[in-house]
Design a protein around this ligand. Structure first.
Ligand code: AMP
Length: 365
């Protein structure tokens, strides 16, 4: 399919209706583009901010065909879309990032093999598809290690810590005897990520390397930029560029990294989409990750990813969103609330971004 530019007044189709789809649609609106959200849940937060919405299951072929016929380009806000959905949509409209990139990055085992093939470090890993496989993987990886489902995991779901071969077998049963990967536990110094965009013309724009603090496997806080990152940043950019170029990727991706105690960067995971650790870019950069993604998907030139402020982004989880009045009174704090109905414990309900002059971001703790 030839590269075509979607001009203002064109329509971007977004598969998925969560907060990422909502923020993509808001960014598209700023550029004069319309968004059409395709999602199965009636109370999808992205539905609230768009004029066109399709509520249907991801395997509803008729609904997918109708959706594709009303939009000029298609993207998605989460990676766990069934492969058949993306294949069907790709046969009808340009889908960015491509079905090939999505397919590769949906499976942790395939993803890690691909990353290693580029000469980039990861934790030690081995596939687990049987009891014997679990024992063999443990024999090669050792303790401590983590068994993860190879597909469909997020925010630490589908993961078990493993200390012995028996543990590995038990964990494989607990995870549903599905296709898994055993990973060596990395005693990391800290978790970092880099959000990068690649345009249809092959140009790449990277945001600052940031530092992420997790609680219960869920992102709690992002510090932008990461402290003491001067040494690490060139390597992080090189990693992101190499991954994006080798996939002929178009759109925004996030590369989650572990910094080891001896200063190396290991890739943990690649998200083929906008990412929670890039939310700070809405308020601290001229062009946010969301606008950057829309620009790439629509064939526009990428914008400037430089940050004009330092930032600390904190997720509002569950009931924390009910206390929105305090941050709303702070002058340099930007409040984002996703419009979700039920503040269930741990659910991402919104986020706040505190801005600081460049070089003045406080450290945590
Ligand atoms: P993931 O779903 O792979 O991003 O994992 C969620 C979180 O679990 C990560 O952000 C880390 O805090 C932790 N984690 C995952 N894999 C490893 C590993 N191999 N070693 C140490 N911690 C890990």
């Amino acid at each position: 399919m030839p590269d075509k530019v979607v001009p203002p007044s064109g329509t971007v189709g977004i598969v998925g209706g969560g907060q990422l789809g909502r923020m993509l649609a808001l960014a598209a609106a700023r550029l004069g583009l319309k968004s059409h959200i395709f999602a199965p849940d009636a109370d999808s937060p992205a539905f609230q901010v768009v004029a066109a919405r399709t509520r249907a299951a991801y395997d509803d072929e008729l609904a997918l065909k109708t959706f594709a016929s009303t939009v000029d380009a298609i993207t998605y806000e989460f990676e766990n879309i069934p492969a058949r959905t993306v294949t069907l949509l790709s046969s009808l409209r340009e889908v960015r990032p491509s079905a090939r990139a999505l397919d590769l990055l949906q499976d942790r085992f395939v993803e890690k093999k691909f990353v290693r093939g580029l000469g980039i470090e990861t934790a030690a890993f081995a596939p687990v598809d049987s009891e014997a496989g679990a024992r063999a993987a443990f024999a090669s990886i050792g303790a401590p290690s983590i068994l993860k489902t190879s597909t469909l995991g997020y925010d630490g779901k589908g993961q078990r810590r493993v200390q012995s071969a028996d543990d590995a077998v038990k964990a494989w049963h607990e995870l549903g005897k599905t296709h898994c990967i055993l990973e060596g536990f990395v005693d990391f110094k800290r978790e970092l990520s880099i959000v990068a965009a690649r345009g249809a013309d092959g140009s790449v724009a990277c945001y600052d390397l940031v530092e992420n603090v997790h609680e219960n496997h869920v992102l709690r806080t992002t510090l932008a930029p990461a402290s003491d990152a001067a040494q690490l940043t060139p390597r992080a950019i090189e990693i992101a560029r190499s991954i994006a170029a080798s996939l002929n990727y178009v759109g925004v991706m996030a590369v989650e990294l572990f910094e080891t105690r001896d200063g190396r960067l290991l890739v943990n995971e690649i998200a083929p989409r906008v990412h929670n650790s890039g939310h700070w870019t809405i308020d601290a950069c001229a062009v946010s990750q969301f606008e950057q993604h829309i620009r790439a998907v629509c064939g526009w030139p990428l914008g400037n990813p430089e940050r004009h402020s330092d930032a600390v982004m904190r997720n509002l989880l569950g009931d924390e969103v009910l206390a929105w009045q305090a941050p709303a009174q702070e002058r340099a704090t930007c409040v984002h609330i996703y419009g979700k109905s039920a503040p269930k414990p741990g659910r991402k309900m919104g986020h706040i971004t505190k801005l600081y002059p460049v070089g003045k971001r406080p450290s945590l703790g």
